[in-house]
Design a protein around this ligand. Structure first.
Ligand code: PGA
Length: 250
Protein backbone atom coordinates (compact mmCIF):
# COMPACT_ATOMS: atom_id res chain seq x y z
CA UNK A 1 0.00 0.00 0.00
CA UNK A 2 1.50 3.34 -1.08
CA UNK A 3 1.28 6.20 1.37
CA UNK A 4 -0.88 8.96 -0.15
CA UNK A 5 0.88 12.19 -1.06
CA UNK A 6 -0.80 15.59 -0.77
CA UNK A 7 1.14 18.25 -2.65
CA UNK A 8 0.32 21.97 -2.56
CA UNK A 9 1.48 23.79 -5.69
CA UNK A 10 1.20 27.44 -4.78
CA UNK A 11 2.34 28.55 -8.24
CA UNK A 12 3.16 32.30 -8.26
CA UNK A 13 1.30 33.00 -5.01
CA UNK A 14 2.42 33.51 -1.40
CA UNK A 15 5.64 35.45 -0.96
CA UNK A 16 7.70 34.93 2.21
CA UNK A 17 5.32 36.88 4.47
CA UNK A 18 2.13 35.17 3.30
CA UNK A 19 3.90 31.80 3.21
CA UNK A 20 4.99 32.11 6.86
CA UNK A 21 1.46 33.03 7.91
CA UNK A 22 -0.05 30.13 5.96
CA UNK A 23 2.35 27.57 7.44
CA UNK A 24 1.77 28.86 10.97
CA UNK A 25 -2.02 28.59 10.54
CA UNK A 26 -1.86 25.17 8.87
CA UNK A 27 0.66 23.58 11.22
CA UNK A 28 -1.31 24.74 14.27
CA UNK A 29 -4.30 22.69 13.09
CA UNK A 30 -2.58 19.75 11.35
CA UNK A 31 -1.23 17.08 13.67
CA UNK A 32 1.55 14.88 12.26
CA UNK A 33 0.20 11.73 10.56
CA UNK A 34 2.39 8.87 9.46
CA UNK A 35 -0.19 7.50 7.00
CA UNK A 36 0.36 10.29 4.45
CA UNK A 37 2.86 12.83 3.16
CA UNK A 38 2.18 16.55 2.86
CA UNK A 39 4.48 18.65 0.66
CA UNK A 40 4.42 22.40 0.00
CA UNK A 41 5.67 23.89 -3.26
CA UNK A 42 5.99 27.64 -2.64
CA UNK A 43 7.54 30.07 -5.11
CA UNK A 44 11.35 29.68 -4.98
CA UNK A 45 11.79 32.99 -3.14
CA UNK A 46 9.53 31.74 -0.32
CA UNK A 47 11.15 28.30 0.12
CA UNK A 48 13.46 29.43 2.93
CA UNK A 49 10.59 31.19 4.71
CA UNK A 50 8.51 27.99 4.59
CA UNK A 51 11.42 25.87 5.80
CA UNK A 52 11.97 28.20 8.75
CA UNK A 53 8.25 28.42 9.53
CA UNK A 54 8.05 24.61 9.61
CA UNK A 55 10.83 24.46 12.19
CA UNK A 56 10.74 21.02 13.81
CA UNK A 57 7.71 19.84 11.76
CA UNK A 58 9.65 17.23 9.80
CA UNK A 59 6.35 15.58 8.85
CA UNK A 60 5.79 18.46 6.41
CA UNK A 61 8.13 18.72 3.43
CA UNK A 62 9.04 21.46 0.98
CA UNK A 63 9.82 21.40 -2.71
CA UNK A 64 10.39 23.77 -5.62
CA UNK A 65 8.12 24.18 -8.62
CA UNK A 66 10.92 24.11 -11.18
CA UNK A 67 14.70 24.00 -11.53
CA UNK A 68 17.10 24.54 -14.37
CA UNK A 69 18.93 21.61 -15.96
CA UNK A 70 22.47 22.64 -14.91
CA UNK A 71 23.90 22.81 -11.39
CA UNK A 72 25.46 26.29 -11.61
CA UNK A 73 26.68 28.94 -14.01
CA UNK A 74 25.53 31.77 -16.22
CA UNK A 75 21.77 31.17 -16.27
CA UNK A 76 20.37 34.46 -14.98
CA UNK A 77 17.00 34.16 -13.34
CA UNK A 78 17.10 30.40 -12.87
CA UNK A 79 17.48 28.21 -9.79
CA UNK A 80 19.48 24.99 -9.71
CA UNK A 81 18.93 21.77 -7.81
CA UNK A 82 21.88 22.46 -5.46
CA UNK A 83 20.46 25.92 -4.67
CA UNK A 84 17.01 24.44 -4.02
CA UNK A 85 18.52 21.78 -1.79
CA UNK A 86 20.57 24.33 0.13
CA UNK A 87 17.36 26.30 0.73
CA UNK A 88 15.76 23.22 2.28
CA UNK A 89 13.77 21.74 -0.62
CA UNK A 90 13.53 17.96 -0.88
CA UNK A 91 11.26 17.65 -3.91
CA UNK A 92 11.10 19.18 -7.39
CA UNK A 93 8.05 19.46 -9.64
CA UNK A 94 9.27 18.73 -13.14
CA UNK A 95 7.30 19.37 -16.32
CA UNK A 96 4.29 21.00 -14.72
CA UNK A 97 1.80 21.85 -17.45
CA UNK A 98 2.46 25.57 -17.04
CA UNK A 99 6.17 24.96 -17.56
CA UNK A 100 5.38 23.00 -20.69
CA UNK A 101 2.61 25.16 -22.15
CA UNK A 102 3.38 28.68 -20.89
CA UNK A 103 7.18 28.46 -20.96
CA UNK A 104 7.66 25.93 -23.77
CA UNK A 105 9.47 23.25 -21.80
CA UNK A 106 10.13 20.14 -23.86
CA UNK A 107 10.13 16.49 -22.89
CA UNK A 108 13.91 16.47 -23.38
CA UNK A 109 14.24 19.30 -20.85
CA UNK A 110 12.09 17.48 -18.33
CA UNK A 111 14.48 14.53 -18.61
CA UNK A 112 17.45 16.79 -17.86
CA UNK A 113 15.61 18.42 -14.95
CA UNK A 114 14.72 15.01 -13.47
CA UNK A 115 18.39 14.04 -13.83
CA UNK A 116 19.55 17.29 -12.19
CA UNK A 117 17.17 16.67 -9.27
CA UNK A 118 18.36 13.11 -8.83
CA UNK A 119 22.09 13.80 -8.99
CA UNK A 120 21.62 16.38 -6.24
CA UNK A 121 19.58 14.17 -3.95
CA UNK A 122 16.21 15.79 -4.61
CA UNK A 123 13.14 13.73 -5.46
CA UNK A 124 11.55 14.64 -8.79
CA UNK A 125 7.79 14.56 -9.27
CA UNK A 126 7.34 14.29 -13.03
CA UNK A 127 4.06 15.82 -14.24
CA UNK A 128 2.36 14.54 -17.36
CA UNK A 129 -0.96 15.40 -18.99
CA UNK A 130 -2.75 15.95 -22.27
CA UNK A 131 -4.31 19.05 -23.82
CA UNK A 132 -8.05 19.07 -24.51
CA UNK A 133 -7.43 18.79 -28.26
CA UNK A 134 -5.24 15.75 -27.66
CA UNK A 135 -7.90 14.13 -25.47
CA UNK A 136 -10.56 14.78 -28.08
CA UNK A 137 -8.32 13.30 -30.76
CA UNK A 138 -7.93 10.12 -28.69
CA UNK A 139 -4.22 10.82 -28.09
CA UNK A 140 -4.22 10.94 -24.28
CA UNK A 141 -2.37 7.69 -23.70
CA UNK A 142 0.22 8.37 -26.41
CA UNK A 143 0.90 11.85 -25.03
CA UNK A 144 1.31 10.86 -21.39
CA UNK A 145 3.38 7.78 -22.25
CA UNK A 146 5.77 9.84 -24.37
CA UNK A 147 6.08 12.42 -21.58
CA UNK A 148 6.69 9.61 -19.09
CA UNK A 149 9.24 7.64 -21.09
CA UNK A 150 11.27 10.63 -22.26
CA UNK A 151 11.07 12.32 -18.85
CA UNK A 152 12.40 9.24 -17.05
CA UNK A 153 14.95 8.49 -19.76
CA UNK A 154 18.05 9.71 -17.91
CA UNK A 155 17.26 8.16 -14.52
CA UNK A 156 18.49 4.93 -12.97
CA UNK A 157 15.89 2.34 -11.93
CA UNK A 158 16.65 3.11 -8.26
CA UNK A 159 15.75 6.76 -8.73
CA UNK A 160 12.64 5.98 -10.76
CA UNK A 161 11.35 3.67 -8.05
CA UNK A 162 11.84 6.34 -5.38
CA UNK A 163 10.17 9.25 -7.20
CA UNK A 164 6.57 10.20 -7.92
CA UNK A 165 4.48 10.91 -11.00
CA UNK A 166 1.59 13.35 -11.28
CA UNK A 167 -1.14 13.02 -13.91
CA UNK A 168 -2.60 16.45 -14.59
CA UNK A 169 -4.88 16.76 -17.62
CA UNK A 170 -4.12 20.26 -18.89
CA UNK A 171 -7.81 21.00 -19.56
CA UNK A 172 -8.58 20.39 -15.88
CA UNK A 173 -5.94 22.68 -14.41
CA UNK A 174 -7.37 25.86 -12.92
CA UNK A 175 -10.52 25.51 -15.01
CA UNK A 176 -12.94 24.02 -12.50
CA UNK A 177 -13.33 21.06 -14.90
CA UNK A 178 -12.15 18.00 -13.03
CA UNK A 179 -11.46 14.66 -14.62
CA UNK A 180 -13.99 12.14 -13.35
CA UNK A 181 -12.61 9.51 -11.00
CA UNK A 182 -12.98 7.08 -13.94
CA UNK A 183 -11.00 9.33 -16.33
CA UNK A 184 -8.25 9.54 -13.73
CA UNK A 185 -8.32 5.81 -12.99
CA UNK A 186 -7.97 4.98 -16.70
CA UNK A 187 -4.89 7.13 -17.23
CA UNK A 188 -3.36 6.10 -13.91
CA UNK A 189 -3.67 2.46 -14.99
CA UNK A 190 -1.86 3.24 -18.24
CA UNK A 191 0.92 5.00 -16.34
CA UNK A 192 1.17 2.23 -13.75
CA UNK A 193 1.53 -0.37 -16.49
CA UNK A 194 4.23 1.68 -18.20
CA UNK A 195 6.15 2.13 -14.94
CA UNK A 196 6.10 -1.63 -14.47
CA UNK A 197 7.67 -1.91 -17.90
CA UNK A 198 10.43 0.53 -16.90
CA UNK A 199 11.44 -0.78 -13.45
CA UNK A 200 9.44 -3.96 -12.90
CA UNK A 201 8.00 -4.73 -9.47
CA UNK A 202 9.97 -1.84 -7.93
CA UNK A 203 7.41 0.42 -9.64
CA UNK A 204 4.87 -0.53 -6.98
CA UNK A 205 6.46 2.02 -4.65
CA UNK A 206 5.92 4.96 -7.06
CA UNK A 207 2.92 7.11 -6.10
CA UNK A 208 0.89 8.47 -9.02
CA UNK A 209 -0.86 11.70 -8.02
CA UNK A 210 -3.85 13.26 -9.73
CA UNK A 211 -4.05 17.02 -10.23
CA UNK A 212 -6.46 19.44 -11.92
CA UNK A 213 -9.19 21.43 -10.13
CA UNK A 214 -9.00 19.29 -6.99
CA UNK A 215 -11.17 20.87 -4.28
CA UNK A 216 -12.28 20.15 -0.74
CA UNK A 217 -15.53 18.84 -2.29
CA UNK A 218 -14.04 16.38 -4.79
CA UNK A 219 -10.77 15.32 -3.11
CA UNK A 220 -12.28 12.28 -1.41
CA UNK A 221 -13.84 10.89 -4.59
CA UNK A 222 -10.68 11.44 -6.64
CA UNK A 223 -8.48 9.87 -4.01
CA UNK A 224 -10.83 6.88 -3.89
CA UNK A 225 -10.41 6.29 -7.65
CA UNK A 226 -8.47 3.14 -8.46
CA UNK A 227 -4.78 3.87 -8.78
CA UNK A 228 -4.88 7.44 -7.46
CA UNK A 229 -2.17 7.65 -4.80
CA UNK A 230 -2.33 11.32 -3.96
CA UNK A 231 -3.34 14.78 -5.09
CA UNK A 232 -1.43 17.73 -6.55
CA UNK A 233 -3.44 20.82 -5.80
CA UNK A 234 -3.17 24.40 -7.02
CA UNK A 235 -5.99 26.83 -6.23
CA UNK A 236 -7.51 24.89 -3.33
CA UNK A 237 -4.13 24.71 -1.59
CA UNK A 238 -4.09 28.50 -1.19
CA UNK A 239 -6.79 28.50 1.50
CA UNK A 240 -5.88 26.94 4.85
CA UNK A 241 -9.44 25.64 5.35
CA UNK A 242 -9.70 23.80 2.04
CA UNK A 243 -6.13 22.53 2.22
CA UNK A 244 -6.80 21.05 5.68
CA UNK A 245 -9.88 19.23 4.33
CA UNK A 246 -7.99 17.91 1.29
CA UNK A 247 -5.03 16.67 3.36
CA UNK A 248 -7.45 14.74 5.59
CA UNK A 249 -9.21 13.04 2.63
CA UNK A 250 -9.31 9.27 2.21
P1 PGA B 1 -5.44 23.55 -9.84
O1 PGA B 1 -3.91 23.35 -10.25
O2 PGA B 1 -5.68 22.65 -8.64
O3 PGA B 1 -5.60 25.01 -9.53
O4 PGA B 1 -6.24 23.10 -11.02
C1 PGA B 1 -3.31 22.10 -10.19
C2 PGA B 1 -1.89 22.19 -10.66
O5 PGA B 1 -1.60 22.93 -11.59
O6 PGA B 1 -0.99 21.53 -10.09
Amino acid sequence: MRRPVFAANWKMNNGPTAARAFIAAFAARWAPRDDRSVIFFPPALAVSAVVHALGSRTDLAVGVQNIWTEDKGAFSGENSAPIAKDAGARFVLVGHSERRHVFGETNAETARKCAASARNGLTPILCVGELLTQREAGETNDVVLKQLHVGLGRLTPDIVSSMAIAYEPVWAIGTGKTATPDDAANVHAVLRHALRGVVGVASESIPILYGGSVSAANAGALLAATGVDGLLVGGASLEVESWLVICAAG
